[in-house]
Ligand binder design. Structure first.
Ligand SMILES: C[S@@+](CC[C@H](N)C(=O)[O-])C[C@H]1O[C@@H](n2cnc3c(N)ncnc32)[C@H](O)[C@@H]1O
Length: 282
């Protein structure tokens, strides 16, 4: 049927329906953002992962594992109804929850009010994959292994020493620095995993006794020290944030990395601590 032959009454119906479309869209939007009695359902759909809350016992384990203090700024990626952010705020920590579902955001704000920590616990409606969380000193998350992996480059670029704690899910071949399990009052999802963002030390460093070449795989270090005795292998090298530790020829070097320099002590043959330092060459 050609447009010219569409009966007039059909045009009236079509126009009436089309005029309703914007108001239906507005009503849906209002529903998305205004549900005062909103109650989340365990396992309900979320943008990239469903909602399941972290058990209170594990929240406490995660905060203990990260050793949070009131000097920290914690950001929970995908904050749900806010248990981790509120738990941190109760310890005096400034904390932010980033959550995609606006009803969850409003609910978590009400929960923070009810817990008396709304001054420390804040929440924003945003997509974790489009939000800058680089100001955090502690990151928490209960996502999925593939989401952790997608976030990994950004997490590795956080300030060295930033602690990342995940409920249950791993970070592929980036092994955790520590783990803790909530043994009581937790039935499922009871494992906390901690990573400490390592300072980037791969490259060549000049030491008084030779040239240190380091290769870095996350927090693990290998390499060699080339001095008068020829190349000696770097053994059991490890980063913990800005702290570095490695062995060469049975001597254990411990120190702190500060940008392009590092320094610390090693024990000499009599067990007496001696200072060492290194400067980055490239
Ligand atoms: C498993 S729940 C964890 C909630 C909270 N962190 C906790 O531990 O109780 C994951 C949350 O991430 C939210 N989410 C999913 N994809 C997201 C995204 N791209 N940006 C922000 N939040 C997201 C979901 O709506 C859900 O509330």
């Amino acid at each position: 049927m050609s447009a010219a032959r569409v009966p007039c009454r059909w045009l009236v119906v079509v126009c009436a329906v089309l005029s309703l479309v914007p108001s239906i869209a507005l009503a849906q939007q209002a529903q998305q953002t205004q549900q005062p009695g909103f109650k989340p359902e365990y396992g309900q759909a979320g943008k990239d992962v469903v909602w399941v809350p972290t058990a209170h016992a594990l929240v406490e384990k995660m905060l203990d594992l990260a050793k949070v203090t009131p000097n920290d700024y914690l950001i929970d990626l995908g904050s749900g109804d806010g248990p981790i952010v509120i738990g941190a705020a109760k310890r005096g920590v400034r904390a932010l929850g980033i959550e995609y579902n606006p009803d969850m955001v409003e609910l978590s704000k009400r929960n923070a009010e009810a817990a008396g920590v709304a001054d420390k616990a804040t929440f924003m409606k945003a997509d974790i994959f489009e939000t800058d969380f680089s100001k955090a000193t502690v990151i928490t998350m209960f996502l999925l292994p593939q989401l952790n992996l997608k976030l990994r480059p950004q997490l590795l670029d956080l300030k060295p020493g930033t602690r990342i704690v995940s409920n249950t899910f791993t970070m592929d071949d980036w092994s955790p620095d520590d783990t803790a399990r909530a043994a009581e009052e937790c039935e499922t999802w009871c494992l906390a995993l901690l990573w400490i963002v390592p300072a980037k030390v791969a490259g060549t460093w000049k030491m008084p006794n030779g040239e240190l070449t380091l290769t870095q795989q996350f927090q693990m270090l290998s390499g060699s020290l080339t001095g008068t005795n020829g190349p000696l292998t770097v053994e059991n090298g490890k980063m913990k944030g800005t702290e570095i530790e490695f062995g060469v020829n049975g001597v254990r070097y411990r120190g702190t990395v500060n940008g392009d320099s590092m320094s610390g002590t090693f024990d000499d043959a009599s067990g007496k601590p001696q200072p060492w330092k290194a400067e980055r060459v490239k």
